[in-house]
Design a protein. Structure first.
Length: 303
């Protein structure tokens, strides 16, 4: 009987690297296809746009920037990309991580330093959810920065699961049937928000981020809070995804296929005349241009 062939550590390592590369390429192609489709379906990016990618240090915004940079190389229209991070001065925030990562990418980037952490801790009682105030402060600073720097589109890293979770949060706790739209325009014309990952699944993004080994920065301000309403919804979805594969996909198709005549909003559908109406128009919450916040020390790092 011939001796058994024992694989060497080198061959095992090479095979592992080969499989990892194949999986990375497969995921990148899927995400690229989904992002490209979302951009086309919702006219997110047009010729000459200056797109500001809001980079938080989380997996979603890393993946968004990665895919947009990849698409930029072969896109049928020319557009500009810049990356922007808001350093909110959370204790222990590793402020060297993002500049180091972005330096290696060779993309123009800006780091805005503003201590919103102290404001949130001062205004929000201990044990209460900080996400609402934190996000409002962050939006005001980023939206004003975008206007001052000629940005035409503000790209956020919200994915398909975020859209579905927001839909259920609004139904369960807000009494409204709405979610995060892929594109959102402000009434005053100051800002346009786009969500290129609107068609992408969180689990695909998480796996891609792990394979790409992004230097993830956790949010210790809100991420450490337990029993947040969004986490309850997320846990429910994860259970459904395991027990009923395909349910989340069907749910997402539903928000892309709305029939106003079979709901009960008279501002969306004229039930007397039997015809659709314009309905309510949701706009971006922009900061008052008269009350532009003081950025404090603003470091603009360009390459």
């Amino acid at each position: 009987m011939p001796d058994a062939i024992i694989a060497s550590p080198e061959s095992t390592s090479a095979e592992r690297e080969r499989r990892q590369k194949l999986e990375t390429n497969k995921l990148q192609k899927r995400l690229r296809r989904e992002v490209g489709q979302a951009i086309a379906d919702f006219s997110m990016i047009e010729a000459g746009d200056k797109v500001m990618c809001c980079l938080s240090g989380g997996k979603d915004s890393y993946a968004m920037l990665d895919i947009l940079m990849n698409l930029q190389k072969s896109a049928p229209v020319s557009f500009e990309l810049i990356a922007v991070n808001l350093d909110q001065k959370q204790p222990g925030f590793p402020e060297e991580v993002l500049p180091g990562y972005l330096d290696n990418l060779g993309i123009e980037y800006h780091i805005i330093e503003k201590d919103t952490y102290s404001i949130v801790k001062d205004k929000v009682p201990e044990g209460k959810t900080t996400c609402g105030l934190c996000s409002r402060l962050r939006r005001g600073i980023l939206y004003n920065f975008a206007e001052e720097h000629g940005v035409t589109k503000i790209a956020l890293g919200h994915h398909r699961d975020d859209l579905l979770e927001t839909l259920f949060l609004n139904m369960f706790y807000g009494g409204k049937l709405k979610t995060m739209p892929p594109v959102l325009h402000s009434d005053d014309g100051r800002n346009t928000v786009i969500r290129p990952l609107a068609y992408s699944r969180e689990k695909d993004i998480a796996r891609y981020a792990a394979l790409r080994e992004y230097p993830i920065i956790p949010c210790n301000l809100c991420g450490s809070q337990e029993n947040l309403q969004r986490q309850v919804i997320k846990d429910m979805f994860q259970g459904w995804d395991k027990q009923h594969p395909g349910r989340l996909e069907t749910m997402f198709r539903a928000i892309c296929n709305v029939e106003p005549s079979h709901l009960a909003d008279p501002e969306l559908y004229d039930f007397r005349e039997g015809k659709r109406l314009g309905g309510k128009r949701q706009a971006v919450n922009t900061a008052d241009p008269v009350e532009t916040p003081d950025f404090g020390r603003l470091d603009v790092l360009n390459i």
